[in-house]
Design a protein around this ligand. Sequence first.
Ligand SMILES: C[S@@+](CC[C@H](N)C(=O)[O-])C[C@H]1O[C@@H](n2cnc3c(N)ncnc32)[C@H](O)[C@@H]1O
Length: 202
Amino acid sequence: MTDKPPGGLWFQAAHRNREPIGEVLREVLPAEGTVVEIAAGGGQHAAYFSGLFPHLRWQPTEPQADRRDSIEAWRAHTGHPNFLAPLALDVEGPWPIARADAIYLANLLHVSPRTASTALLRGAARVLVPGAPLCVYGPFTRNGAFTTPSNAEFDQTVKGWHPSYGIRDLEELAAEAVDYGLHLDEVRDMPANNFLVVWRRR
Ligand SMILES: C[S@@+](CC[C@H](N)C(=O)[O-])C[C@H]1O[C@@H](n2cnc3c(N)ncnc32)[C@H](O)[C@@H]1O
């Protein structure tokens, strides 16, 4: 599904990265159940992944109302029966989710305060069933170091958008995640200096 529906938002980056992300998710997601997408943005990924994984229920969530309207537009456009209506979820607030068989999110942690990363790990650990994956796509530093000069520049760019933003450190998050019962399972190198990181609920 590449054409933009009326009322639906379309972002080049989300279009570009959906296929490489989908290849990894194909190996990581469970055979059945509900995938909760956090920070689903305009809904392009939900539209694509609900088609790619018709055996899974795809539950997008997004805190911004105008973006949830866009997700609804994509949902109507695709007609995928497993593409569920978007829910309002801010990781730092109450989660309207009782359980998840997997969680997926892209490009949230560097454009939110550091407290949002903690809230994500804590919330994910609460709702994921044992063994279920938390799949996080985006840029990270490794052991406190930028992986490329362009990511160091990007970190300055997002800090210009808001001083609380910034590229998070994978090893720091992994150490914190252990406290919540999430262990680091896989780290995949992705195009454009991104990673797809998979934690699993113990
Ligand atoms: C850069 S966009 C990424 C959207 C989409 N995942 C993608 O990759 O195209 C970041 C998204 O995070 C959402 N967001 C920001 N703060 C959030 C929070 N505290 N909890 C959940 N989502 C949040 C924003 O509303 C926005 O839609």
